[in-house]
Each structure stands twice: as structure tokens, then as C-alpha cells.
Design a protein around this ligand. Sequence first.
Ligand code: NA7
Length: 543
Amino acid sequence: MTNRRPELKQNGSSPQRRFDVVIVGAGFAGLYMLHRLRGMGFKARVLEAGTGVGGTWYWNRYPGARCDVESVQYSYQFSDALQQEWEWSERYAAQPELLRYANHVADRFDLRRDIQLNTRVNAAMFDDASASWVIESSDGARVAAAFCIMATGCLSSPNLPAFKGIAAFEGDHYHTGCWPHEGVDFTGKRVAIIGTGSSAVQSIPIIAAQAKHLTVFQRTPNYAVPAHNAPLDPEFVRRIKASYPELRARARKTMTGIDFDYSDALAMETSPQERQREYETRWQRGGLSFLGAYRDLMVDEEANDTAAAFVRGKIREKVRDPELAEALSPKNTIGCKRLCIDIGYYETFNRSNVTLVDVSETPIEEITPRGVKVAGRQCEADAIVFATGFDAMTGALLKVDIRGRGGLALREKWSAGPTTYLGVAMAGFPNLFTVTGPGSPSVLTNMLPTIEQHVEWISDTIAHMRARGFDRIEASAAAEDEWVSHVGELASRTLRYTCSSWYLGANIPGKPRVFMPYIGGFPRYVEKCNEVAARGYEGFVLS
Ligand code: NA7
């Protein structure tokens, strides 16, 4: 199968329409991509599986869903008018507000006329003869385009572990990543939740307050730092709006593309008392900047453990039952799995209607018609929430049967792990771009500025090709190999391989263990992309 040329005409109809660019996905990446390309005079079309725009914030409607980057920074900056007129209401925007924002952007820039909803892309095939892509959706319809851009998101393919018996469960079950639009009322219900990642940490306090009883099945405890979420003070907003360019410029200089206080100090060169003060200050401030306290936290185990021990101490203060506090205390590297930002998570376990079941040693045996079975004991439930995460970074791309030059299947190319050049392009797949693909900083950074950088770089590349009369661009195998080794080499110098995170693909049975995002930081990545372009697209073959 691998190298068979796709039969473009036999398996479906001929493409019904031709575009310059087809964009897959109408999340923040797809929306801006469409706006920018259209502004450059390209004929572009977005194909989106959902019934609305918003991507992550369209699908993740679970109780408590909220962004872990502050709203004034998790927002577009390409239009100053947009950032001046939009009013964020809270420090960390909740899902409904983020979805309203995505819809506002779609309306404000008149994007909807080029977005086709209810259209799940199944396959994309490169046709060598015409140097174009044929994109097929699940209803069999086909469109053709000179360029195909996958704006399918990093955490958009939900992972539902293959628990025995799910189909026979008599109650209702939900996955946090595809929550019913009408919401779920757990009042009076016995609820089981499986997983204790960010989605669970956000939803557990809210479900516990509503349900008759909540049982939490925990395989790995997680570190959570308080959000200290609050309504935004109008004076703060006024100051931010008056100095947005400066804020954005400062953010662009940080590793994560987020403007917060990163210290250059080393934990191991700081006294224990001073460290404690620093962690306490950051804890009181709340949010992800906790890990910015010292620059050796993600590279030196001893340094890391000072921060981990501090959080474990906080858990002991918050959870009344010492045994329960111990069970909720992570022992692994803090920041290896993504740090969670919480609103009353640990305190929820003090409630009399919440039970923790540790499944680290004895995994969930099966889902029975009436509940969840562990070690021969059944926990009865009327509803089960699977907060079991995503097939991150590669899942959504591999769900589409993408065939490059000579029929090369992406699934085949990536069988030992994803390989890309800069996280935006792949050898063997001409005229195909990925926004925030594996090998890009993406999930280690603030997604919005990262998306904007990719969109601008990709659209500038396409415009460059038009200006020079090129109709084909492909990453060279050598440039791709070099980039992949560079990404792996940087990750290997950190503590990122010490846990079973989704960054490594370790949450999906059988997925190759490769640290997928680029860990070198936003500024270094942007510099590399700009250099590549300035050198006439070094590492790409244009023809
Ligand atoms: P995560 O962070 O991947 O969390 C998934 C959770 O589900 C995690 O606690 C897993 O335990 C647990 N899990 C997965 N499979 C199983 C099985 N088979 N049995 C028991 N427990 C299981 O996903 P989220 O949706 O919470 O967050 C994803 C990202 O979205 C987050 O990092 C933010 O960036 C936003 P494990 O840790 O693997 O032992």
C-alpha cells in the first residue's frame, strides 16, 4: 500500500472545486490563516468538522474548561483594533468566552463565507502531475487546491482508552474533549471520573459541587498551582490596552511567548529560605509562571525537587486527611507533565461526597453495566467522565489519510515518530503545511502568538512562491533530519523524558516515544524560521 499512487478518479468523484489553498480546521489557526491568505488575494477555503468555529474551545465544553494562559495574552495581536475593542472579563478566560471570541473574529473579519462547516476531512492526496492536493471529506466530496494547510490543532483527537465493557455501560458517558453542547446536569448522580490531568483538575471541583457523589480514578497525581482567577479590573485592562505593543514585544522575547517574570537565577545557588520565599510569592501570584522561578528547574533533578517539595507541602496544607494528601501528592518531576492551574482542586477532596481511587498499581479492570471495576470491586456510577486526554500533536493529522509524493502515506512516514522540518513541512509532502505541527514550539508556548507566527510565515512563503513563479515547495530530507535531531537533542538535555507525558506520546499505547514539541523556545524558533526565509528558503526545494 505504502507507495501506491492514489487513484484520484476511481475511488471518488473528481474534485468539484479548485482553490489556491484549502485549510483544514476552523480553530484559531484556521481562522487567521483564512483571513491572512484572503487579504493577500488567494482563494482559500476552510473545511471544519464541527458545526461551528473555535476548535479546542468548540469541543472542550466540560465544566470548568478554561485557558491556563491569561486572557489578555491568549488573544490575537494581528489586529490592534480587535485587541482594543474586545473585552476579556476574567484573568483566565473560560471556554464560553473563548468561543464567543472565536465567533466574534469570524464575524468581524467576514470569514464565514469561506468556511465550510460539518465537513470532516478524511483524506488528502498529492497529485504530482498537477502539483496540487485533492482533499476528500467524509461525504465523499472532493476539492482541489495548490496548497493544503493542516490547522487541525495539537490536542484535538480525544483519547478514549480501550476499557473493556464501555459499550455495555447503562449510564451516560462523556469525554471532556467532546462534551455535549447542551451541557450535562449531574445533580443527584453518582459520577465516576477517570483521569487527573488538566481537564479533570478543572472539572472535578464543579462536578463534585453538583453530583451526589464523585469518585476520582487517579493513575498519576498531578501538580496544580492556583489560578487565583478573578474578574479583570477595568484599570488593569486600560493599562494593558494602552501598552499592548510593549507587552507583546516583551512576550516575544521569552521562551514561552508569555510575558511573565522568568528569573535567571539557579535554584541550587539560592538559599532554602530565599527559595521558599520565591516559591511562595509565585504561588500567591498564581499561574504557570511558578515554573519560571529558576532556570535550572527543568534541567536539574535536585533543583526540580525543591519546587516539587514546595507544592507537596501546599497539598498537605490543603487536604485534611494526611493519607489522602499523600495519595494526591505527585512524586515525579514537576513540569514534566504540563503543570495544571487549579481553582479549588485539592480542597475538593475534603468534601464528604468525593472519593479517590488510586489505580496506579491496580489498573481499571473493566467498565461494567453499572460502574467501574478495580481490583475486583465495583464502584457504582450513573455517569462516567473520561478525562483521559488526547492523542496529542500527531493524532489529528494521522486521522486523515495524507498521501504525499508517489502515494507516500504520512502514517508510514511517521511510523517511528513524527518527523518535520520546523514543524511546518515534511519531506515527501510538497505544498503541505502544518500549523503548530510536531517539531514546532506550539504546546510549550502561548498558542495564540505561536499560531500567528506560523500563519504569517506560511502565508509569506506562499506569497513568495507566487511572486517568483514557483508552484512547488518541499522540505529536503536532509533539512528535516537535521531539524529532528536538533529537536531531540535539545529535549534530551532536560528532564522531559522522566515521565509518561503526552508530549512524549507516552499516554497512548504503542505510540512511539518521541518528545514532539520544540523546546528551544519561541525567540530561537522565530529566528530560525526568519533565517530560513531570508536565505531563500534554506532546506526547502522550490520549483
Ligand atoms: P491529560 O493531561 O493527558 O490527562 C489525562 C488523564 O487521564 C491522566 O491523568 C492520565 O493518567 C489519565 N488516563 C489516561 N488513560 C488512563 C487509563 N487507561 N487509566 C487511568 N487513567 C488514565 O489530558 P487532559 O485533557 O487533562 O489535558 C490535556 C491538555 O489540555 C493539558 O495538558 C493542557 O495543555 C490542556 P496518566 O497521567 O497517563 O497516568
